[in-house]
Design a protein around this ligand. Structure first.
Ligand code: HGY
Ligand code: MN
Ligand code: MN
Length: 407
């Protein structure tokens, strides 16, 4: 069996926090650069040719088939959320290399171009946009807009990664929303991922197939008030944006619960941040997800309405900006059915997590997702887990799926 465990051991220390056991692998910071170097070494060791597009997305191709011919791609991402788990992302990349090894061991000779991808900034943990690399790769985001995104230290994306140059300058249109060319010829994408919930625990199955992704989005709440003294200012004289935020967080939780959807405030920025002052400004980011586009729109609208009503009482103002919104994704039904049947009728479930696979599917590439049981049911956290036996079952499932796609 391919050396899945050896690869996994190599990656385990990279970006690991000694205090929490979680991972910080933000794009173009040291840990992620080390992972990118590992990707190139893993590809070279297998005789694969690596291509990197101007946005930092990587693809490693088996030799023997021309660029631009019909291709099958597998892979995932190497970056993590802040203090995330080991598996979200890297499991799909390591499993992809291991599955290619298994195809070789089985003597499978692909009749199509076959490659392994690692998309950059999938989590949006640094520049704030989910699936930024794959959006740029397919032309669902433009470089002209993306290059101006800044991280928490104010560093521009355009100063971190070269990009295609000014729109039109390079002649391939990569700057103006037509994609990077990395995916030219890719007709099929299969992403393997650790499960980020409890579906396979409940069904007692090691591997499943996702049939779709819930609509989801990120919405920035800029709540402005008036800085003032924490001691001398009477409570009734304040314009405190923290109160507006606090009520909004509770409203988001209640609205999501009542509707059976999801809403989270996981990031908060308080200015100026003094213990003895009423803040002047609170910026908070809402992550909202729902089972349909209409449900998501209704959920987000109700939270904003309650925030605005509360702001009226607090003497504050609220401005809501949608930073990245992804509509409902249905993965290619024929591919889904073909894979589920080939894998012996594994469970088929939707996911509430976003993935590059959704971006590729929306760009017209027939896409499927396999997922591997997570015994903790926890993700985006140091508690994320997968048993080695289940990971190996995932590799075999991916190899079986790819065999059916390239022969
Ligand atoms: O945020 C998400 O849903 C994904 O895990 N990137
Ligand atoms: Mn994730
Ligand atoms: Mn992921």
């Amino acid at each position: 069996m391919a050396d899945f465990e050896g690869m996994w051991r190599d990656l385990a220390p990279i970006g690991r926090s000694a205090s929490t056991g979680g991972y910080v692998r933000q794009p173009w910071h040291a840990a992620e650069l080390e992972l990118r170097a590992w990707f190139r070494e893993a590809a070279a060791a297998r005789g694969l040719t690596v291509e990197e597009d101007p946005f930092g997305n990587l693809a490693a191709w088996l030799p023997g088939h021309e660029r631009g011919t019909e291709a099958v791609l597998t892979g995932s991402h190497l970056d993590s959320v802040l203090d995330g788990g080991a598996y979200d992302g890297p499991l799909g990349v390591v499993s992809a290399f291991a599955a290619l090894d298994l195809l070789r061991e089985r003597g499978v000779a692909p009749t199509r171009r076959l490659g392994v991808a690692a998309f950059v900034e999938e989590e949006g943990s640094r520049f704030g946009r989910a699936c930024l690399g794959s959006r740029l790769a397919v032309g669902a985001a433009t470089w002209d807009a993306a290059r101006e995104l800044t991280d928490r230290e104010g560093v521009r994306l355009g100063d971190v990664v070269q990009g295609p140059g000014d729109a039109g300058d390079d002649g391939d249109g990569a700057g103006d929303g037509t994609g990077s060319g990395l995916l030219d010829g890719v007709a099929t994408y299969v992403e393997l991922h650790v499960e980020q919930g409890r579906g396979l625990i409940d069904l007692d199955a090691p591997v499943g197939v996702h049939d779709g992704i819930w609509p989801h989005g990120r919405y920035r709440y800029d709540i402005a008030g008036r800085a003032d003294h924490a001691g001398t200012t009477r409570m009734e004289d304040r314009a405190d944006p923290m109160l507006t935020f606090a009520m909004t967080a509770l409203a988001a939780n209640k609205q999501a619960r009542v509707r059976g959807q999801r809403a989270t405030f996981g990031r908060l920025d308080v200015r100026p941040g003094g213990t003895n002052a009423v803040p002047s400004q609170v910026t908070a980011w809402l992550d909202a997800r729902a089972e349909s586009d209409a449900e998501l729109a209704a959920l987000v609208a109700d939270i904003e309405r309650q925030a605005t009503e509360r702001a009226g009482r607090d003497g504050t103002t609220v401005t809501v900006t949608a930073e990245s919104v992804s509509g409902e994704v249905a993965f290619d039904p024929a591919l889904r059915d073909r894979l589920a049947a080939r894998l012996g009728g594994v469970p088929v479930l939707p996911t509430q997590a976003g993935h590059d696979a959704g971006i590729l599917q929306e760009a017209g590439i027939a896409t499927a997702m396999l997922f591997v049981r997570n015994p903790s049911g926890v993700s985006h956290s140091p508690y994320e887990r997968a048993e080695t036996a289940d990971c190996l079952a995932g590799v075999v499932a991916l190899a079986d799926a790819l065999t059916g796609l390239v022969t």
